[in-house]
Design a protein around this ligand. Sequence first.
Ligand code: 13P
Ligand code: SF4
Length: 346
Amino acid sequence: EESERTERIDAALAELGDDVVILGHNYQRREIVEHADFVGDSYQLSKEAAEADAEYVIFGGVTFMAESADIITDDDQTVILPSMEASCPMAGMAEALQVDAAWAEIAAAAPDDDIIPITYMNSYADLKAFCASQGGLVCTSSNAHRAFEWAFERGDKVLFLPDKHLGENTAHRLGMEDDIAEWDPWDPDGKDAEEVADSDIILWDGYCQVHERFRTDHIDRVRDEHPNARVVVHPECRREVVAAADRVGSTATICETVATADPGETWAIGTEIHLTNHLQRWHPEVNVLPLCGDACMDCNAMRQIDPNYLTWVLEELVAGRERNVIEVAPDEKELATVALDRMLDI
Ligand code: 13P
Ligand code: SF4
């Protein structure tokens, strides 16, 4: 029962005091967000983790976010992920070993060019480390364009991974949409060396299974049914969806769009359904609609953080036991720190 669980969480938090901070991504369930000390997008959460003093950082989010928190926090701080099953499928679409092998092929296709790899935050620590080792960095959806600019000041080409849609949307923002090659590591015909040689941006063929499901039909339907509606979408959506929307941005931008809307305005939200539901609750004066109507755009990875698991990890800490600790290997940590610091500096 929820009220009993809330009492147990509050009791554990009272016992743990300043030893614990809870960070929650915007896609977390209401029962997690309500207990979080800070709720935000990936970039904001990485900054909060860097500034946190608490001995334990409990991360309401997915593995790559908890790994980044472990990389950014001090060595004497411990990061805990309430469920070890919370893994973003997109992050799994660019395994460091696979990227390492592709890197040799891509470099061979453009032997005279300096290629800078940029990985989206939605990737594992070993890939972040790989990018740093090749002179690259990390970005989130809120600073991808600045990461591209940073890279083009230092090299000739960018390899962006894993999210081809964020890559394409960023290329478009920079006026480089005609300068793209795609690299599909799973398709023998998906690696065109000539195209790589001729293009300044090379996009790895990964995607978010939640955002890829949004279609321009959804936008057409919402505009038919609500003629005053405006549409805001996440840049992990397909290019044509972003082009048809009124606004695009990270989950923090989507929150701000609704927070600053006038009462009575209508906004349709093209992102994970839990955030849309939060925005409806947080801003009842704004008419907030899910862009997909009744079709549920639910992130299965984020959903793994069940409030019962949050209760469990907190009560275990009270009992002196650390459960579900996320710890990045020291050698990877050192390089991944470089990649994350480069992002935090831009
Ligand atoms: P934000 O960086 O916009 O919070 O997005 C994270 C994410 O996983 C989007 O699918
Ligand atoms: Fe990964 Fe997409 Fe879920 Fe974000 S919404 S955590 S990118 S699967």
